[in-house]
Design a protein around this ligand. Sequence first.
Ligand SMILES: [Zn+2]
Length: 373
Amino acid sequence: MTSTELLKKLISFATLTPNEAGSFEFIKSYLNDFALIETEKEGVKNLFLYKKFGSGSHICFAGHIDVVPAGGEWASEPFEATEKDGIIYGRGAADMKGGVSAFLYALKHTASFNGTLSTLITSDEEGDAIYGTVLMLEKLKELAMLPDFCLVAEPTCEASFGDTIKVGRRGSINGRIKIIGRGGHAAYPEKSDSPIVALAKVLPYLANAVLDIGDDYFAPSKLVITDIKGGYGKHNVIPSEVEILFNIRNGITTDTKTAKSFIEDAMEKAEIQTFELSVTQSSNSFVIENTDEAQKYFEMLKKCVKDISGIEPRPSTAGGTSDARFVSKYGVGVLEFGVRNETIHAPNECVSTDEIEKLTKIFQEFISRVAKN
Ligand SMILES: [Zn+2]
């Protein structure tokens, strides 16, 4: 079975979060000489398969088997792989059964290594992710089996296969500002204290405000207003409150504290005294620790990607969150590399067989490079 055939097989399991739909039995039998650790809680299953070749480093390939619903109009059956002109269509083809197939194939076909090779696969990455990767990492920590390094095969590439390795992710901060004034009749504005007038004064300081200028890894952290609510849908009533919702995708120099004081400054400049502010971090930012060890894996992966794809990958932290953020929290160095992400979560999701074959070779090459070090 080639990695492409493996991908077709994985697509045939309708693994809607958090249902692994029998795919785990298949994966266990595929890697039947690997030892097994499983967790199951609230319908979420996680699989960890490992093989100890020697006493060297423990390298883990991680991913998720779950997919988002088919959604929208498909030209083919979403849970049945359809190949046309070298392209495989199916839900999860790129996000991320393609990556999972590539590393499963690489793991099965590794005859010798100097340490431990493993895979961590969750059935809940696209959902709440409460009992997913985190639960398995907790268990591995208890067993003193946390890997030394983890490679997550999420679809990271943009325009061309090979162009992007994710070295971290931005965090996400959600916030809410409530401006409190005094409502009244539109005919007597002097008798009210309109929160909309206050809003107009503060918006220039807030809309798309840049909270930090970014660094080598992160784009500038921007405050993006996502909703403004106030009023009663009437022409003649001045409301007493206006609410602003915002989101900040933050690097590591901006956090909830700096975001809060930035907004308080803006309110002061706009001379607004009565307001309520709440700011919460919904996911943390991280970047692969700048240690020699982490740098070593990055350089090795970069070389494998360049040799096989012909493209020099750039380090990036763009895009949404992934389970790599949990791995990083456990102090495990983590990088993400996989196929192009153009069609992920969209109807007619697809991946080329060429990308799957190259990705498989990159993972095999990475394993043998680590073994030589
Ligand atoms: Zn994914």
